[in-house]
Design a protein around this ligand. Structure first.
Ligand SMILES: C[S@@+](CC[C@H](N)C(=O)[O-])C[C@H]1O[C@@H](n2cnc3c(N)ncnc32)[C@H](O)[C@@H]1O
Ligand SMILES: [Zn+2]
Length: 186
């Protein structure tokens, strides 16, 4: 089977101190280089929760309000997994919704991590095991709302979260015509 996801040839999956297996740099990687891109099927939250997570575990990335990319079968699982663990001091950010890029120069041997605040808008809470000096200990699916993280990861949020942060999306967008016309009347 052709791989569903892309992992840079400069990376390797191996045991991680954060959790299970992780993705590691096997050579130096320059800032803004593409490290990985997620592939799979596009599914909604209900399908993910009811049909995919119970069978395959945490295999998805969120790409919009109610949309996720994930493998849907055992056969697809390995070729879709990126093995990216979360860190509160990550070296990867998101370009668009599925592409992971280096936020800074990365040295050979470093584990490649992103912060779930960059991708997730969800209702979970989880104890973090990243070990970073600035670890926030408890991660939540609403961490993208934190002003400190919005500042820190500006330019590296998933596009749909960047849109929410800029308050241009979804329900906020319905306010736009009103705001525009009212500003014209001033
Ligand atoms: C997509 S998997 C990452 C790959 C995983 N390490 C493996 O071996 O399959 C995401 C899962 O890894 C675990 N994980 C990743 N980063 C973590 C962290 N900083 N603290 C605690 N658990 C983490 C959580 O169980 C999470 O649901
Ligand atoms: Zn942490």
């Amino acid at each position: 089977m052709m791989p569903l996801s892309y992992r840079s040839p400069k990376t390797q999956v191996r045991a991680s101190n954060i959790h299970g297996r992780g993705l590691f740099a096997t050579t130096d990687i320059g800032k803004d280089e593409i490290v990985a891109a997620k592939g799979g099927h596009i599914v909604d939250r209900k399908t993910l929760r009811e049909q995919i997570s119970p069978r395959l575990g945490p295999v998805e990335i969120q790409i919009d309000e109610d949309l996720f990319i994930a493998p849907v079968s055992d056969e697809e699982r390995e070729s879709s997994m990126l093995y990216l663990n979360h860190s509160c001091d990550p070296n990867l950010g998101i370009r668009g919704e599925i592409t992971f890029v280096a936020m800074r120069d990365i040295r050979s041997g470093e584990e490649l991590t992103h912060d779930w605040a960059m991708t997730d808008d969800d209702d979970y809470s989880l104890e973090c095991n990243c070990g970073a000096p600035n670890c926030r200990k408890t991660l939540t699916g609403k961490d993208w709302q934190r002003p400190d993280l919005q500042k820190r990861y500006a330019g590296y949020f998933s596009a749909y979260l960047a849109c929410k942060i800029a308050m241009r999306c979804h329900s906020d967008r319905s306010e736009e015509p009103h705001n525009r016309s009212s500003s014209h009347t001033k």
